[in-house]
Write a protein of this length. Structure first.
Length: 356
C-alpha cells in the first residue's frame, strides 16, 4: 500500500486510541477529524482488499486451464480499472480543501455597463440562481434589493442556506460564479436589431459566524432608518431598516427586508462580516498572486469569467475556454454542466500544483 494511504490509516487509528483513552483531549475536535477521515479510511481499506484480489486473479491467469485463465484475466482487468478509479478518488479527497466549502453563502449581483439591459440581466441571473439553488436543496433568502425602472434590479443580495444534514453546501458550488458576467443580445427595445453588450458583477461570500471572523464593535457604526418599501406598508413608518459602516474600510451593509430591527441587524452584521473578511482576504491574495492563479473561479471579482451570447446560443466560460449551448435552458437554472466542468478543472489544477 502506498505510504500516503497508510498514513491515513495510522492517523485514524491514533484518533480512535485518543478518543477511547479517557485522557484530557479535545473530544469535539478529534471527533470531527475522525468523521472526516472515516469515508477515506473505507476507500483505503477497500483498495487494499482489491489489490489482494488482483494478486490472486493474476496468479489464476497463469493457470494451465485455459477457461480458468481467461476468466481470471478478465477479472484482473476489471480490478485494475477499479483500483485506478479508487486511487483517483482518494487522491482527490487529499487535495487542499477550501476551508469555506462547508459554509452557506451570500450572493451579491449588481448591474454594470449597459443601463437597463444590465439590470434586466441581473433579474434573470437571480432567477436562474434561485432555480439552481432549489434543485440543490439550498434555500434562497433575499437580504436587500434595489429595483430599476425597467423592471430589473440595480442590485440584489441574497443568502443561500443548506439543510443541517447536507453534505454539500452553497459556497462550495456558487463560489465559481464570482466575477464579471457579460451578456450579448438584441434588447426588446432595440428596433434596428443591433446586438448590445452589457455586464453584471457577481460576488459570492461565505457566511461567517462571529467565532469565524470577529469584528471589533468599536469599528462599526450602526444606524436605524425607515425602510424604503412600497407606499402604505408599515415597514415605512418604523425604524426597522439597519445600515452598518465598517469605519476602517468604509465598507457598508444594510438590510430592510426582515420584519424587525433585530432581524435586520443580524442580517446586516452577517453581510458586513462577509464583506470585510473578503476585503482583507483580497489584499492577502494579491500578495500571493501565484497561489491564486492555481485556483479556478475564486479570484478577482473584476475578472470577466463568462459570456452569454444569445444570438449564437452559446455560453462561454473563459476560465476553462469551454462553450455550452442551449442558453435558454441554462437561464432556467440548468447550471450543473458549467459548475461540474469548473469543479473538474479546479481538481486538475490542484493536482498539477501539488506536482510542482
Amino acid at each position: 500500500m502506498e505510504q500516503t494511504f497508510q498514513k491515513i490509516l495510522d492517523e485514524y487509528d491514533a484518533l480512535t486510541r485518543d478518543l477511547s483513552s479517557g485522557g484530557s483531549v479535545d473530544i469535539a475536535k478529534l471527533g470531527r477529524r475522525q468523521s472526516e477521515l472515516a469515508p477515506l479510511v473505507d476507500k483505503v481499506n477497500r483498495l487494499a482488499k482489491i489489490e489482494q484480489d488482483l494478486k490472486h486473479a493474476e496468479q489464476l491467469s497463469q493457470s494451465a486451464d485455459k477457461d480458468m485463465a481467461l476468466m481470471a484475466q478478465e477479472e484482473s482487468n476489471g480490478l485494475k480499472s477499479e483500483i485506478l478509479n479508487l486511487k483517483s478518488k482518494i487522491e482527490e479527497a487529499l487535495l487542499p480543501r477550501d476551508p469555506n466549502d462547508d459554509k452557506n453563502c451570500i450572493v451579491e449581483i449588481r448591474a454594470g455597463a449597459g443601463g437597463d439591459e444590465a439590470t434586466l440581466f441581473v433579474a434573470e441571473m437571480f432567477r436562474a440562481y434561485g432555480k439552481f439553488a432549489e434543485e440543490n436543496s439550498f434555500k434562497p433568502h433575499i437580504v436587500s434589493s434595489s429595483k430599476s425602472e425597467a423592471g430589473g434590479y440595480k442590485e440584489i443580495i441574497f443568502e443561500l442556506h443548506s439543510k443541517q444534514s447536507a453534505t454539500t453546501h452553497p459556497f462550495s458550488i456558487f463560489k465559481y460564479e464570482s466575477g464579471v458576467h457579460r451578456v450579448q443580445r438584441v434588447p426588446e427595445t432595440e428596433k434596428s436589431g443591433r446586438v448590445h453588450t452589457s455586464t453584471i458583477t457577481v460576488a459570492v461570500l461565505p457566511i461567517l459566524e462571529e467565532k469565524d471572523y470577529a469584528i471589533d464593535p468599536k469599528d462599526l457604526q450602526m444606524e436605524a432608518t425607515t425602510s424604503s418599501g412600497h407606499g402604505g406598508q408599515s415597514v415605512n413608518t418604523t425604524y426597522s431598516a439597519i445600515r452598518i459602516v465598517h469605519i476602517p474600510t468604509g465598507i457598508t451593509a444594510q438590510c430592510q427586508d426582515e420584519r424587525s430591527q433585530a432581524q435586520n441587524r443580524e442580517k446586516a452584521l452577517q453581510v458586513i462580516r462577509a464583506r470585510v473578511a473578503a476585503h482583507y482576504e483580497e489584499i492577502e491574495n494579491k500578495k500571493v498572486r501565484d497561489l491564486t492563479k492555481s485556483q479556478i473561479g475564486t479570484g478577482d471579482r473584476s475578472e470577466k469569467i463568462r459570456t452569454y451570447n444569445f444570438p449564437q446560443d452559446r455560453v462561454t466560460d473563459h476560465r476553462i475556454n469551454q462553450n455550452f449551448n442551449q442558453i435558454n435552458v441554462i437561464m432556467e437554472g440548468e447550471l450543473s454542466p458549467i459548475i461540474s466542468a469548473l469543479q473538474k478543472a479546479d481538481v486538475e489544477m490542484k493536482k498539477e500544483a501539488l506536482k510542482k
